[in-house]
Ligand binder design. Structure first.
Ligand code: PMV
Length: 335
């Protein structure tokens, strides 16, 4: 039996624009998905998830289903989760040269599903890591990130960047621009997350931005502007380039506010995301923005004081609020 865990993430800057080759800076957070894998003596895959949906689920199927198991699953979010798990199984079988390997898999996650915190990437990364180790192979974080990216891209029909999977595999703060993925230095940023209890459909939201960009020049310009903003943010994060400069948190927060406005103009925010963003700003956060695909889900704010957390807990539309430490470890084996 092998157990691996991988972190979720928030986007400090750059979601959506990263799909078109602009840079993005996601940061791994200490909310993890844990996947337990035990090899079977047939080619079946049995998946049990107690807390991926309110009711949990157990699904068993034979062989490979090519990313979309043709089995009865209780809810759309569970179906999506099953797609990632199946794609992770395929990657692990391929990496270990064991096309007929079967597994009993248990998934536990403290990352809300489809809410902009990289839950699918964390499950995919932890799943590939645990399944390949169970088959006697250990992948490097980069190879793991690459395989997890291919798994996600298969499920999301090509509409995925490398940001979530790379960040979950290596941990810390990372910079992703096209195929160029690196870890970068960052201070331990005081993230506060607000969750509206909902989820956005990443594929639909990405397709919406693509259509807007094709129809309107302003949308294409907005994507490029997000790229410029990310490059400015990176200079503030860089401890050498930024030496002696002003209040880094205040400057990063200001850029987060700009980034949220730009995402809003691309049509990916929502009423509940906007009210959480404004509640955070009014509580004195340095800045706040939606994180991930949008449409519903989570916002991230920067506030070292308890004020934003308290304000979010009393904000209508906010179901849960929590502080999120930067996760310096990416995927890791759980002993
Ligand atoms: O909502 P998430 O955590 O799946 O993030 C999606 C981020 C996008 O930039 C919108 C898409 C991508 O694959 O980068």
């Amino acid at each position: 039996m092998t157990v691996s865990s991988a972190p979720g993430k928030v986007y400090l800057f750059g979601e959506h624009a990263v799909v078109y080759g602009e840079p993005a800076v996601p940061c791994a957070i200490e909310r993890r998905a844990t996947v337990t894998v035990e090899i079977r003596d047939d080619d079946h895959v049995r998946v049990e998830a107690s807390d991926l949906s309110l009711d949990g689920f157990t699904v068993e199927y034979a062989g490979s289903t090519g990313g979309r198991p043709d089995v009865d699953v209780p809810a759309p979010l569970v179906e999506a989760a099953m797609g990632y798990i199946d794609a992770a199984v395929e990657q692990a079988r391929d990496a270990a040269g064991a096309p007929d390997a079967g597994f009993d898999i248990t998934v536990e996650s403290s990352i809300p599903l489809g809410a902009g915190l990289g839950s699918s990437a964390a499950v995919t990364v932890a799943g590939i890591d645990a399944a390949t180790r169970e088959l006697g192979r250990k992948l490097s974080p980069r190879e793991l990130a690459d395989r997890a990216y291919r798994a996600e891209a298969a499920v999301q029909e090509g509409q995925a960047s490398r940001a979530d999977t790379f960040c979950s595999a290596v941990g810390g703060a990372v910079r992703v621009e096209g195929d160029d993925c690196r870890d970068i230095e960052a201070p331990n940023l005081p993230f506060v997350v607000g969750f509206d209890g909902g989820a956005g459909d990443t594929g639909e939201l990405v397709a919406g931005v693509r259509a807007l960009k094709e129809e309107y020049d302003f949308a294409a310009d907005t994507v490029a502007t997000i790229g410029d903003l990310v490059r400015t943010g990176e200079r503030i994060l860089d401890p050498v380039a930024d030496a002696g400069a002003g209040d880094r948190l205040a400057e990063l927060g200001r850029l987060m506010n700009f980034n949220h406005g730009l995402l809003e103009s691309l049509g990916v925010s929502s009423r509940s995301l906007d009210s959480m963003v404004w509640a955070a700003r009014e509580a004195g956060a340095h800045g706040a923005k939606l994180t991930g695909a949008g449409g519903g889900g989570c916002i991230v704010a920067l506030d070292p004081t308890p004020e934003t957390l308290t304000a979010l807990q009393f904000t209508p539309g906010c179901e849960e609020a929590f502080r999120a430490e930067l996760a310096t470890d990416g995927v890791r084996r759980v002993e």
